[in-house]
Design a binder for this molecule. Sequence first.
Ligand code: 13P
Length: 252
Amino acid sequence: MRTPIVAGNWKMFKTIAEASDFSANVSKAAPIAGVEQVICAPFTTLPALSELFKGTSIALGAQNMHYAENGAFTGEISPLMLKELGVKYVIIGHSERRQYFNETDETVNLKSKAALQHGLLPIICVGETLAEREAGKTEEVVRVQTEAAFAGISADQAKTVVVAYEPVWAIGTGKSSSSAEANETIRYIRQVIASLYGQETADQVRIQYGGSVKPDNIASYLQESDIDGALVGGASLTADGFLQLVAGASGK
Ligand code: 13P
């Protein structure tokens, strides 16, 4: 059984004061069992959230990291720095980083391996652009991205990885993929992982859908056979929204 995982990706939103308000508001709500909950927050808010989330059911995530432990890499954050703060998850290869910050399949692989070596769990993002989808290349794109990301990762490590299938055209646009279509691509991604490690390992890897997931549509995704959770941007920014997402996922 794969435990559903709902992760909020706050992107470049929230000061420390705003993050603290969010934490105070979620702490008032009754805990929801059966769903792993993660907030991937901006670096500047991680020290505060690391304290504030103690004793809550929310695990802390980052949105990116460098693959080196340290070095002359101005402006970067290393796995050791995240570990020190009690960060558990780290998003790797989000399409916004691939699009705007030169993230490549190679750096996604280096970062994923470095995260695992340091006991951080990567949430590896894959997904096609609209042009790739219209050219019928969705499966090829996610296969190449998935194979590259997992290169050199052992089967035991692979079981702990979370993959997020986020079609680029569905991010922040309000245009979500239908749950059936998302499930088909996610099932294909699982087959790709099975071709690398065997079915038993592939069956343990959790694969999320991301792209305009909202409280009113999350349950339809989670009902699908292969969708194990959601990576959510906009709708995760309010405590109420996040709690509704988690509640919507708890029916799985
Ligand atoms: P939205 O939920 O705002 O579409 O963002 C999706 C996303 O990019 C999560 O990583």
